[in-house]
Design a protein around this ligand. Structure first.
Ligand SMILES: Cc1ncc(COP(=O)(O)O)c(C=O)c1O
Length: 436
């Protein structure tokens, strides 16, 4: 089949799946149109938008979500990894119910923030002190701010395709940025030579190197441990700080990706699931790196934040870590992800469809190509094929992101994994011939 024929066939298949999707979801369509009168583009969170219109959800439970047209789905978006505990983990909902009986929004320090802080410090050897905030974006901004203040330098080295939040979004080259007090320089992800080139160019100017140990929004690409070690060495050599953005990867072990590879970050940022499903961000590190956030430090860096120690977040986060995201719980969930990865790979191999299931443990990134990408430029799966796969799955009770990532949660069961594997197989039976 020629490339042009294949592209035309993919578009014809999209037309079929899109018509079915639109016909099945009139309430979502109408709500989306209505939303456009009040919210820019009908959206509060652009990562949830997809064409022709996103599903509007009405409720969630365990590993499932329901939409306003009355369809039930097995959810593999996992709220973009934030819903690690599923959507209604009893340890968390019970703790929240109890918490509500003592009122909300204390507006003063309380024991629950200390409990969560202690838990995080005990899990991460590189974290002596942690400051809470309200998002991963904010945590990364604080981390970069601290690095510039501590080192007296203004450059931050980040990686092409990295995503550290709204104001630190390096997915789109040339995006007007963002962090006013520092300047960014970029190197290719997983490319030690390119990183060394940029470091050599700016040797004494780099305040920090910021990296995701697994590029999440950039396509679900693991950092090679040798690359992370090279970053550690470059930071040590030049006096820059190494910031690990573990907003997504902290789920892979109690001490995050840094514990798995045995590499200590200077500053670690956390987010998403650590709040038990509520708004969360945190920045932590050795005392010498985060002490400036102390209100009694003579050169304190003022950091307020109305909801930093929100009591519901602190309680939900603590309950999740203590009762669910234990060492054994995390190992079991990673094993479930590995099983699913093997299952999908076996199905694709049997049908001779080019396919790679990347990432680690409980996060799977799917690529319809022969080799696993090691940087975003190597992602070859055409956008049209991703759209076809996405609509196909939505039409068959599987809720996933357009990128096709699978984010498992503690609520998922073997039956859920079998269900997505079954739909995956049906997809390849229907459209596998369109995948080059
Ligand atoms: C690795 C990483 N860092 C930072 C962020 C930003 O977190 P938030 O959306 O809480 O601001 C995200 C969000 O997707 C992320 O994946």
């Amino acid at each position: 089949m020629t490339y042009a024929n294949r592209a035309a066939d993919i578009h014809a298949a999209i037309d079929i799946e899109e018509s079915r999707y639109s016909a099945a979801n009139p309430a979502s369509k109408s709500m989306f149109e209505d939303a456009g009168s009040y919210l820019p583009g009908g959206s509060s969170r652009q990562s949830l938008y997809f064409d022709p219109f996103p599903l509007f959800l009405s409720r969630t439970d365990g590993s499932g979500v329901e939409d306003v047209d009355g369809h039930a789905y097995t959810d593999f978006t996992g709220d973009m990894t934030a819903a690690l505990y599923g959507h209604s983990e009893p340890a968390i909902t019970d703790a929240l119910r109890d918490a509500l009986s003592n009122g909300m929004s204390y507006g003063g320090p309380h024991a629950h923030e200390v409990a969560l802080g202690r838990e995080i410090c005990e899990r991460f050897p590189s974290i002596d002190r942690v400051r809470f905030c309200t998002s991963g974006t904010e945590a990364n901004l604080i981390a970069m701010q601290l690095a510039t203040i501590i080192t007296g330098r203004r450059l931050i080295l980040a990686f092409e395709g990295g995503y550290h939040g709204h104001m630190c979004n390096y997915l789109s080259p040339g995006m007007p940025l963002n962090v006013e007090s520092c300047r960014m320089v970029f190197a290719a992800f997983n490319d030690i030579e390119d990183m060394e080139r940029v470091v050599a160019e700016h040797e004494d100017e780099i305040a920090a190197v910021i990296v995701e140990p697994m590029m999440g929004s950039g396509g679900g690409i693991m950092a090679d441990p040798s690359f992370l070690r090279a970053l550690r060495a470059a930071a040590d050599r030049t006096g820059a700080l190494l910031i690990f953005d573990e907003v997504q990867t902290a789920r892979f072990s109690p001490g995050g990706m840094q514990a798995i590879w045995d590499i200590e970050a200077d500053i670690t940022t956390l987010g998403k699931f650590f709040g038990g499903g509520l708004n969360f961000g945190a920045v932590g590190g050795k005392i010498r790196f985060v002490e400036r956030l102390s209100p009694t430090h003579p050169q304190t860096v003022m950091h307020g934040g109305t909801f930093n120690n929100n009591v519901l977040t602190m309680i939900a986060g603590y309950a999740g870590l203590r009762q669910v995201a234990t060492q054994s719980g995390i190992e079991a969930l990673n094993a479930m992800g590995d099983d699913l990865r093997h299952k999908l790979t076996r199905i694709a191999t049997a049908k001779a469809v080019p396919f790679q299931a990347g990432c680690y443990g409980s996060i799977l990134s799917l690529h319809f190509q022969n080799a696993l990408p090691v940087n975003p430029k190597q992602i070859e799966t055409p956008a049209a094929l991703r759209k076809l796969y996405h609509l196909f799955m939505l039409n068959r009770d599987i809720y996933i992101t357009r990128r096709g990532a699978i984010n498992l949660s503690f609520a998922h069961t073997e039956a859920d994994c079998d269900r997505i594997a079954d739909r995956f197989e049906t997809f390849l039976d229907s459209y596998g011939h369109l995948i080059a």
